[in-house]
Design a protein around this ligand. Structure first.
Ligand SMILES: Cc1cc2nc3c(=O)[nH]c(=O)nc-3n(C[C@H](O)[C@H](O)[C@H](O)COP(=O)(O)OP(=O)(O)OC[C@H]3O[C@@H](n4cnc5c(N)ncnc54)[C@H](O)[C@@H]3O)c2cc1C
Length: 419
């Protein structure tokens, strides 16, 4: 299981997923209602059962069907009869899959949320036909892999001014352009991609298409050391013709959907991040309680104990923020008869604040925990180093740090209209 085991057997036995969940529950269950707790218990059993079957030498995609069987590729939207669902359930799902396997969680979010969420939006806004239902079922059963293509080689943070050009034909849209950092791309069956009819007028001409790989998408895998079991692509769209029934949003509606999709995407990334924070922290708490130096557990030394106390406070605050944001999203937007405009504005801003705070915290916690635990935590004998690796990319995916701050700053400037 490890390349070479040096960790003490008793400590290793105590760092089981069962024990980690006991400590997580003690910290987080008071913030949850009965239904949410039961949902967590089910998720925890699923993780405990699946963990021994995970082969870390294999890519994450072999595990997608396992998630699909339980309706765990996503839980924001109702799919089949998997219940409960909603944003809070999605946050809790992301948290638990991060405990189980943080790289799997990254692949899941890209396929189950970033690629599949637009299929729900498609029908919500009046889309017709069965084609996209079939794509949705394939993605959410975990049988097929999806990804999202927004970022281009020359358009990262500036996700509006795309250079991928769309051309309309009688029965579809032709895409020409390049995408980069397409998570899951090299293994993907479906690419939810954005392009524009007119580069000078992206807002009014953006298109969102569900492009099947068989339409002729080419990919080259990027080397990204921190997530070796997730495939991330340079994606080439060279005269790729997309039949009209795969065009999710046309003639500028693609722009509306792009921005609408970013809010649930950022909230979901918060869920993944909360899991990384707690997993890193709890592993560190167990290890430092049991590891002895100079005749006593290292957590008794102020340098270690106070450091972990500081991190616990921040993890609790971040979790409370994520759960509260998700609750308001569910109550006032997702399940509301008439979504509240006020809540939509608030959640849009809070999803940036939360994504900014939680993604940075994943790295701070994992890095600090490694310093508190010492050498063993940079080996493969604990999950902490893999968590640190994944934490490195949390801030850049879903919009880099400064872009969240830019959005938050524009909210701050709007405050002046109130007085
Ligand atoms: C591992 C990984 C997975 C990813 N997965 C996907 C995916 O699946 N699909 C997808 O479409 N994209 C994906 N991305 C792309 C990601 O969303 C972009 O990396 C991100 O939006 C930033 O773009 P960029 O890297 O080109 O940086 P740039 O936009 O070039 O920014 C460089 C620096 O300048 C700063 N900056 C830029 N503009 C401003 C501004 N106006 N004010 C202040 N600072 C600014 C940025 O914050 C950053 O620090 C992924 C990225 C990574 C690393």
């Amino acid at each position: 299981m490890f390349q070479e085991k040096i960790i003490n057997d008793e400590i290793l036995a105590k760092m089981s997923l069962e024990n980690i969940f006991k400590i997580f529950n003690d910290n987080v269950f008071p913030m949850l209602n009965e239904e949410e707790r039961e949902y967590c218990i089910e998720l925890q059993q699923f993780c405990i059962d699946l963990q021994p079957k995970i082969d870390k030498s294999k890519d994450v995609y072999v595990l997608f069907p396992e998630l699909g069987k339980k309706g765990y590729m996503q839980r924001i939207n109702e799919w089949k009869d998997f219940k409960p669902y909603g944003m809070k359930k999605e946050i809790l799902l992301g948290t638990h899959i991060s405990f189980l396997d943080p790289q799997l969680e990254l692949g899941r979010v890209a396929s189950g949320i970033l690629c599949a969420n637009p299929t729900f939006h498609y029908y919500h806004y009046g889309g017709t036909g069965d084609t996209i239902y079939k794509v949705q079922d394939e993605l959410l059963s975990g049988q097929k892999v999806g990804c999202i293509g927004i970022t281009e080689p020359e358009r990262g943070s500036d996700a509006v001014n795309l250079t991928t050009i769309c051309t309309k034909t009688d029965d579809g849209v032709i895409f020409n352009g390049e995408k980069v950092f397409t998570t899951n791309g090299p293994s993907a069956d479906y690419f939810c991609c954005y392009g524009v009819y007119d580069e000078a007028n992206p807002r009014d001409t953006m298109v969102q298409g569900m492009i099947a790989s068989k339409f002729g998408v080419k990919t080259e895998r990027l080397k990204i050391n921190s997530v070796p079991r997730v495939h991330i692509a340079h994606t080439i769209l060279d005269n790729v013709k997309v039949p009209m029934e795969y065009v999710l949003a046309d003639n500028g509606l693609g722009y509306v959907r792009l921005f609408e999709g970013l809010v649930p995407e950022r909230l979901s990334i918060m869920g993944s991040g909360i899991g990384i924070c707690w997993s890193g922290l709890i592993n560190g708490i167990i290890y430092t309680n049991l590891r002895q130096q100079f005749g006593k557990p290292v957590i008794r030394y102020q340098g270690v104990g106070y450091g972990l106390a500081d991190l616990l406070t921040k993890a609790t605050a971040a979790t409370s923020l994520a759960l509260q944001a998700a609750t308001i999203y569910d109550d006032q937007i997702l399940f509301a008869e008439k979504p509240s405009k006020e809540a939509e504005k608030w959640v849009a801003s809070i999803s940036s604040q939360g994504k900014y705070y939680v993604s940075k915290l994943t790295h701070d916690i994992c890095y600090e925990v490694q310093q508190h635990c010492g050498g063993v935590s940079v080996t493969d004998n604990t999950p902490i180093d893999e968590l640190t690796d994944v934490s490195k990319i949390e801030e850049v995916i879903g919009g880099a740090r400064n872009i969240q701050l830019l959005l938050i700053q524009s909210q701050i400037r709007r405050f002046m209209r109130l007085i």
